[in-house]
Design a protein around this ligand. Structure first.
Ligand code: PMP
Length: 349
């Protein structure tokens, strides 16, 4: 028997490409605008001697800034290395019953990867043909529920009535609402926290706060949920967040005005891009995220994806059942989107 028979074998998540050079990059839902100006100040003025010491293992700076912004107690906030880290910890902490957890069939493609990694059984609940989640489909015995709102890669949002319905049907398991894209026009489930002690809301600095490269994500929930998450984190790695990230992240949270303006710009460009894509014949659900999930009636998505790539324009294509004729297009600057549309016009002509 070789050592290889003892290896944990997994099929990893495949992230979008990160091409170098001058390209129009609309494939990983990054924000085209810079982070808040205060972030630059923090980075410029960092005294590197602080790096000698371990960081604050409680991530106090960011935790306090987030607690203040979202009007919750610091003990209700958990911070991690991007929301991927937070979500992975949450899977490990809360989905421990041995029963199947539930999530949509078309959704963030990391969920099934974490479930497989941690040996969590799961059931994928089909979206309807318009990519809509039906809360009543989540009325069955399960070990937990997770869904993004708005959903990814579809961009389709659920109103809080729907979210509440899922929570009401699942009071005895933890329900995670992954709000990676919530700031682009969806109502957050944060306001439901006082009513539901089993609700965990997860958000990120990667999209609306333009800090994908810094890796900051967080969860907000009932104090008891958060304390269980902390126990798992401290059983794994005490120092997940580095000193510089903590200071920069806190600064980004404080500049609410910049944050709101940046989100408004993206929303405006998104709505313009919807009009332009419609004119070219594309069909798509009404996205509330910083991307549009679109299909063309005449030209196959994979062909468009490859043609765009030849022209140094990157969008995301998933060769997966039900969505293999769709492109997920991140909303960039107005100029980037205009250039995309100009090229799409040629490709689909
Ligand atoms: N959730 C969803 C739905 C996402 O699309 C992403 C981005 N890939 C994440 C979570 C993770 O983002 P991050 O780790 O950058 O916070």
């Amino acid at each position: 028997m070789s050592w290889e028979s003892n290896v944990r074998k997994v099929v990893p998540y495949v992230a979008g490409e990160q091409p170098s050079g001058k390209v129009i990059k609309l494939n990983t839902n990054e924000n085209p605008y810079a982070p808040a100006p205060g972030v630059e100040e923090v980075l410029k003025n960092t005294d590197i001697s602080i790096l000698r010491k371990y960081p604050d293992m409680n991530s106090g700076l960011i935790v306090n800034a987030l607690a203040e912004k979202y009007r919750v107690k610091p003990s209700q906030v958990f911070v991690g290395v991007g929301s991927d880290d937070v979500l992975a910890m949450a899977f490990l902490t809360f989905f421990n019953s041995g029963k199947k957890i539930l999530f949509p069939d078309i959704t963030y493609s990391f969920y099934d990867v974490w479930a497989d990694l941690f040996g969590i059984p799961y059931e994928q609940i089909p979206l309807d043909d318009d990519f809509v989640i039906h809360p009543e489909d989540y009325d069955k015995e399960n070990g937990g529920v997770i869904f993004p709102n708005p959903n990814a890669p579809t961009g389709v949002a659920m109103d809080l009535t729907g979210v509440k319905q899922i929570l009401d049907l699942n009071r005895d398991v933890v329900c995670i609402v992954d709000e990676a894209y919530v700031d682009f026009g969806t109502k957050s489930a944060l306001e439901l926290l006082p009513e539901y002690d089993n609700l965990l809301v997860v958000q990120t600095f990667s999209k609306s706060r333009s800090m994908a490269g810094m890796r900051i994500g967080y969860a907000i929930g009932n104090e008891k949920l958060i304390s269980y998450l902390q126990d798992v984190k401290f059983s794994f790695n005490s120092y997940t967040m580095n000193t510089v990230t903590l200071a920069a992240g806190a600064e980004a949270v404080r500049d609410d005005e910049y944050f709101k303006k940046s989100c408004e710009k993206i929303i405006k460009t998104r709505e313009k891009l919807k009009k332009d894509l419609k004119e070219l014949g594309f069909a798509f659900s009404d996205s509330k995220a910083n991307f549009i999930f679109a299909t063309h009636p005449d030209v196959y998505a994979e062909k468009i994806y490859n043609e765009l790539k030849k022209r140094n324009i990157y969008v995301r294509y998933f060769k997966k059942p039900r969505i293999d004729n769709y492109l997920r297009i991140t909303v960039g600057t107005d100029e980037e989107c205009d250039e995309l549309v100009r090229n799409l016009r040629e490709i689909t002509a």
